[in-house]
Design a protein. Structure first.
Length: 334
């Protein structure tokens, strides 16, 4: 074996790009979500280089410097920040967190117009400097923003998608784990539809260690997973973000971890099933909308959308969720 082939151990645990060069992630927006995402990416070693870009020069440089001064304790190699989109050149993944800030009591869909306006300004330059990147939309309302952003950029449907309900799904599994005392890793169930008020918990396919949740038996409180308990968990998932925003002004830690998980699945070509928000084409009869469904995620971005078996009620609610999102996008001219 030649010396030139022994590179991975010297370079660190992070994945490489398709060309073989070290991987690069660009994060747009250095607010609470963007800066926390950068920190999560560094601590998890998802890429060799992390760059932050934001229009507020002092803020983005300070956030990047604060993280960079700790990279001795991680496998990351470089962290930098700039107000110039040029810093994103050649990125493998561009995660866009920049957008209008959600206020207490405000729905994600009410943010749509302002955030899409921001996308119209920033996306053309980002596509110019990173034309081959996977574009991961995080800014809310993520489903509408993703749909409009695909129209703005003209990127292939595998190359641009939203973070969807990856976080909502994690919240659901966490709440189920509290009811059962089982590890979240052994709970398999999904939240689909809008990342927001009309999202749908797919209880009919939820299992714990292979046991359908409706057949789990006694929960820790002595009850069972009846309709009332399932409805309460689904309601708590939807209300989670509102509760956190009311308490501290923004959600950032869990979403940072969730989005770093998506980025890791892309760069490591994991072919992992995640409830991202891609463009749908006849998924259970739903088309021409971006919303969360279980999707295989790998180096090429959004792959096959899995058509889980649905109850009639689940299908009807997802169809209604799609109509709600489509109506908002049409109202914005897309």
């Amino acid at each position: 074996m030649s010396d030139s082939t022994i590179t991975n151990s010297a370079q660190g645990s992070y994945p490489t790009a398709r060309s073989g060069r070290p991987s690069k992630v660009a994060i747009i927006g250095a607010g609470a979500v963007g800066s926390t995402l950068a920190y999560a990416c560094v601590t998890k070693g998802v890429a060799r280089e992390i760059v932050l870009q934001d229009i507020v020069k002092e803020k983005v440089e300070a956030e990047a410097l604060d993280i960079a001064q700790g990279i001795q304790f991680t496998s990351a190699g470089a962290v930098s920040g700039s107000d110039d989109p040029e810093i994103c050149r050649g990125a493998d993944v561009v995660a866009i967190t920049a957008g209008a800030k959600q206020k207490p009591g405000q729905s994600r869909l009410e943010l749509a117009g302002a955030t899409v306006g921001i996308m119209e300004k920033i996306l053309p330059k980002l596509v110019e400097v990173a034309p081959n990147a996977i574009f991961l939309m995080v800014a809310n309302p993520v489903d509408v923003v993703t749909y409009c952003s695909k129209k703005i950029t003209g990127l292939p449907e595998n190359q641009i998608f939203g973070s969807g309900t990856v976080l909502d799904t994690a919240r659901m599994r966490y709440l189920v784990s509290l009811e059962t005392g089982t590890a979240t890793q052994n709970i398999h169930g999904y939240i689909a539809g809008e990342h927001g008020d009309s999202e749908v918990a797919l209880w009919s396919s939820t299992e714990i260690g292979g046991v359908p949740i409706t057949q789990w038996g006694k929960t820790l409180d002595g009850g069972v997973f009846d309709q009332e308990k399932r409805d309460r968990i689904a309601h708590d998932v939807v209300r989670s973000a509102y509760r956190i925003i009311e308490g501290k002004g923004a959600t950032n830690y869990a979403v940072g971890l969730a989005v770093s998980r998506i980025i890791g699945a892309i760069l490591n070509d994991e072919q992992r099933v995640l409830t991202i928000s891609p463009l749908l084409n006849n998924w259970h009869g739903i088309s021409d909308v971006c919303m969360a469904v279980p999707t295989i995620v790998g180096r090429e971005g959004a792959g096959r959308r899995l058509e889980l078996p649905l109850t009639l009620d689940e299908r009807d609610r997802l169809t209604a969720s799609a109509e709600r999102l489509r109506e908002v996008a049409r109202g914005l001219g897309y």
